[in-house]
Design a protein around this ligand. Sequence first.
Ligand code: NAD
Ligand code: UDP
Ligand code: UDP
Length: 315
Amino acid sequence: MAKVLVTGGAGFLGSHLCERLIGQGHDVLCVDNYFTGSRANIAHLIGSPRFEVMRHDVTFPLYVEVDQIYNLACPASPIHYQFDPVQTTKTSVHGAINMLGLAKRVKAKILQASTSEVYGDPEIHPQVESYWGHVNPIGLRSCYDEGKRCAETLFFDYWRQHGLRIKVVRIFNTYGPRMHPNDGRVVSNFIVQALGGNDITIYGDGRQTRSFCYVDDLIEAMIRTMNTPNDFTGPINIGNPREFTIRELAEQVIAMTGSRSRLVFAPLPSDDPRQRQPDISLARAVLGWEPTIDLGRGLERTIDYFRSQLRAAAE
Ligand code: NAD
Ligand code: UDP
Ligand code: UDP
């Protein structure tokens, strides 16, 4: 059993990852500054003898002893990462340097939660790992996209220069329970709007596409990637290749919640990618993995979660 550090462990994905690792018998150290994460996400883990939490900002050095590091610390939704864009870049870049420095000192294996945003508004479809991307370096999304790209560069330079054992996963849109209800991402927005009987806000004409992966599938792929042989570094795409238009998503959420919400159209944010779908051939071959939970089942669980959250808030 390993001692595992999860940065961003109190966030949406991080909390599911901590839970799964504890379930597998590992000792987990969760590090988070609670910028977008919350204690509520990990409340059910506190009390477990295998779980420890530390409030810490990864832009500052961290001296702990661990065998594995999952580096997830970074706000992930446009509203949150654009709130303080300089801090977003620092989190990705200084955070990566500190976690790589730590991994180097203690000889830990280290996994980076990278993103499909490294492909930007892609010119090839579906996206394969060998594609270098089409990213605006000076736009509103750049603090996130370029920060994540630079973090990948750092990972590969620590690998080349210092022989670190690295893994880089490129995560495509993932959803599920414990998404922040106000973080502006499309799945949580639509569900919260539908359950509240409010208008569903479609940005642009709703013909842009995304491919949505349920959180449990994603976590499985992340852990499998960490456990690949030492000579496997990635980058590796993980996500669900089934692609939907944003309008289709809105209609499905309305149907599943039985909501009377209307669709309203708002301007498309700048640099919003028109289409996105992962090519997961590499994940299929290397991890023997593919998603098992389709959008209908995943939405059902996510809608149940937000329903219970809204009920609790009303009490
Ligand atoms: P999230 O916002 O719920 O989680 C991020 C966590 O990092 C939060 O708990 C936040 O408080 C913490 N954090 C932020 N800055 C920090 C700092 N400087 N020091 C310490 N902690 C800090 O988002 P998420 O969806 O769980 O995303 C987790 C990771 O996965 C991120 O790195 C994100 O870029 C990546 N990712 C997520 C998706 C997705 O669809 N969910 C897609 C691509 C990549
Ligand atoms: N670092 C850290 N924890 C450690 C070791 C290093 O946070 O256990 C940080 C340290 O602050 C340093 C960074 O990681 O700035 C990069 O470390 P590295 O050893 O690669 O470079 P250097 O120390 O030479 O700057
Ligand atoms: N979107 C939307 N309405 C919303 C929130 C998002 O139409 O209330 C759109 C957004 O413009 C984008 C897609 O949904 O085209 C996915 O947005 P999200 O922020 O979830 O993820 P990302 O753009 O980072 O993939």
